[in-house]
Write a protein that binds this ligand. Structure first.
Ligand code: M6R
Length: 593
């Protein structure tokens, strides 16, 4: 979603802002803008960043600036709503990520005489700073007053045009980091935006304000008291952000999956690095595990819940965060909550985390970003080890989540039910390699299946049903084919009415127990005109199956069978002439509820 970059110091401010925003592009946005303090110039554009680049003169420069990519929430994607926003007199300039919940009330009370140019909640914040300065407060005090008046989530970057050596920032529930460069200081909503400038960062916590100058950073709490904080060096590598020889991030990330699985085997099973005794103790004490997640991570949670029930005999339920945030189910006596999130910043999941902490239950987060909000706020955090995932459609994070959950569940299996998971997962990694080398076959097989069709189905039973949910999401979010993942046996209870001549139906069959039943469902849709595409494990395959998967352990098939489905979505999208990495309307990290 929205992205922020800001910088003060003796550096190429314009390029740091523009390049930083380009690195945040993958998160999704509709418009972008930058402000350069020396020129006192605001540049904005609706649409792709290259439009903004065209707006900014080549010789624009300065030692202080802020930039923003906006994913529209309050108000359409127009220039008026594009950040940075200015105060009534133009003295203050601000960028904001998050949602100011009481913005209407502030507009109607303290700011009743002000003129607003757009419809955003954010504009209120910069007007408020000026309001308090006009009341006689110093700028830092006025900013603190503003933060204390605002209800909701925010990451702010603020410039006072009268002090061009100072950048102000603040954070509450929206991500923001400070970067340290020696003779410059930065702010960014994601370290990836400025990794080419520095690897040294300072964490900013909720309810903190920061004053940055080129060679100093001061942090304060909302009462104005100074806070001490040690910097850290990020492990992220700028090279991980390159597409390398791949045409799109999505295909690069699909191809990385076998090595991610191998890394998890090494770190979780061979070196036993992450699952601390205290965490084991917490899960041992649980009488029910509640997974909380959204989208792809929720699909992975559903597989994980089955792993814990099958392998460890611990009851488990996967909750949709956006639902659980408002109505928690009736909980067991000793619940433990496990949050799954690639980004670690998903607002829906975080709101459940806040509630669960209020209730006093133990919390564990599995995430790809260990410094993220969910990771920091949970009792325990486990890394996915997938490396940065840039494509909006999640691929390697899903397989990493399922793999880590298998490793975790196995720890709680009865001794006589344990199997050699490291060995079985290494077979999965090899099988993934095989499927990936067959990507051109899938490209050809899928040609004309999905170029014209508006609808498609993925069907399967048990774990194959779980994979069908994720496979359908992959297809719909990037190719815009309305795809449904369906429990194969449930189609005949109503939805089969949608099957007509040529409707593509993809059947996933890896489960020996339910294979013959799913085959029966394939016949039912075929006789009503469906165009079948079967993805079947070798040991269950017939001569007329479309794509055969190498055999792997029956519990681990979701880590493998999703790979051809990811490739099908990828190629179907290319065949439809669409951008696989940046689908319309979507954001990589969904930081609003
Ligand atoms: O970062 P998270 O895993 O918490 O994100 C949750 C969903 O927004 C995410 O999985 C989304 O569904 C994927 N981009 C789909 O590919």
């Amino acid at each position: 979603m929205c992205g922020i970059v800001g910088v003060v110091g003796n550096v190429d401010t314009k390029n740091i802002l523009i390049n930083g925003l380009c690195r945040l592009e993958y998160r999704g946005y509709d418009s972008a803008g930058i402000f350069l303090a020396e020129d006192n110039q605001l540049y904005k554009a609706v649409g792709p960043l290259k439009k903004l680049q065209e707006e900014v003169p080549a010789d624009a420069a300065g030692t202080l600036g802020i930039g923003h990519t906006r994913w529209a929430t309050h108000g359409k994607a127009t220039l008026e709503n594009t950040h940075p926003h200015t105060s009534q007199s133009g003295r203050f300039v601000l960028v904001h990520n998050g949602v100011i919940e009481n913005y209407r009330q502030l507009k109607e009370t303290l700011l009743a005489d002000d003129i607003f140019y757009g419809q955003t909640d954010s504009e209120v914040a910069v007007h408020l700073v000026e309001y308090f300065v006009n009341q006689g407060f110093t700028v830092p005090a006025a900013f603190l007053q503003t933060l204390n008046k605002i209800e909701g989530s925010y990451a702010f970057g603020l410039i006072d045009t009268q002090t061009p050596d100072t950048l102000y920032a603040a954070k509450n529930k929206s991500p923001l980091l400070v970067g340290l460069g020696g003779d410059f200081s930065l702010i960014a909503s994601d370290a990836l935006a400025v990794l080419d400038q520095t690897k040294n960062f300072l964490e900013i916590k909720d309810g903190e304000m920061v004053i940055l100058q080129k060679d100093s950073v001061e942090i304060f709490d909302l009462a104005g008291q100074p806070v001490a904080r040690q910097p850290f060096v990020t492990q992220l590598d700028a090279n991980d952000l390159d597409k390398g020889a791949y045409p799109y991030y999505m295909i690069k990330e699909i191809a990385e999956q076998p090595s991610v699985v191998r890394k998890i085997i090494q770190q979780y099973l061979i070196e036993e690095n992450y699952v601390a005794p205290a965490l084991k103790e917490v899960i041992h004490e649980a009488d029910h595990l509640y997974f909380v997640a959204c989208g792809t991570s929720w699909h992975a949670s559903r597989v994980g819940a089955k792993y814990f029930e099958e392998m460890a005999h611990i009851p488990a339920t996967a909750l949709l965060a956006s639902e659980a945030g408002y109505r928690m189910p009736l909980l067991s006596a000793r619940p433990v909550f496990i949050f799954l999130s690639q980004s670690g910043e998903t607002a829906d999941s975080r709101q459940v985390l806040v509630r669960v902490k209020e209730l006093g239950y133990p919390t564990i987060t599995l995430t790809n970003v260990l410094g993220s909000t969910l990771a920091r706020e949970s009792d325990f955090a486990l890394p996915l080890l997938a490396g940065p995932e840039i494509a909006v459609a999640s691929t390697k994070a899903y397989t990493a989540q399922v793999t880590v959950l298998a490793c975790l569940a196995q720890q709680f299996a009865r001794q006589n039910e344990k199997f050699d998971l490291a060995h079985e997962l290494s077979l999965v990694a090899t099988a993934m390699d095989t499927v990936i080398t067959e990507q051109e076959t899938l490209n050809l097989l899928v040609a004309d299946y999905l170029t014209e069709q508006r609808n498609a189905f993925y069907i399967g039973r048990y774990l194959d049903y779980e994979v069908s949910l994720e496979a359908a999401l992959k297809l719909k979010e990037i190719s815009y084919v309305q795809a449904e993942g369906f429990a194969a046996g449930e189609l005949k209870h109503g939805t089969i009415a949608l099957i007509e001549e040529g409707t593509p139906v993809f059947a996933v069959i890896t489960d020996p127990v339910t294979a013959s039943h799913t085959r029966g469902n394939m016949e039912e849709v075929k006789s009503r005109g469906a165009r079948l595409f079967s993805l079947v494990s070798e040991s269950l395959a017939n001569d007329d199956d479309t794509f055969v998967l190498p055999n792997v352990h029956p519990l681990l098939t979701p880590i493998l069978s999703i790979v051809p489905a990811q490739l099908i979505a990828y190629y179907a999208t290319l065949q439809r002439g669409l951008d696989v990495d940046k689908p319309r309307n979507l954001a990589k990290s969904v930081t609003v509820e």
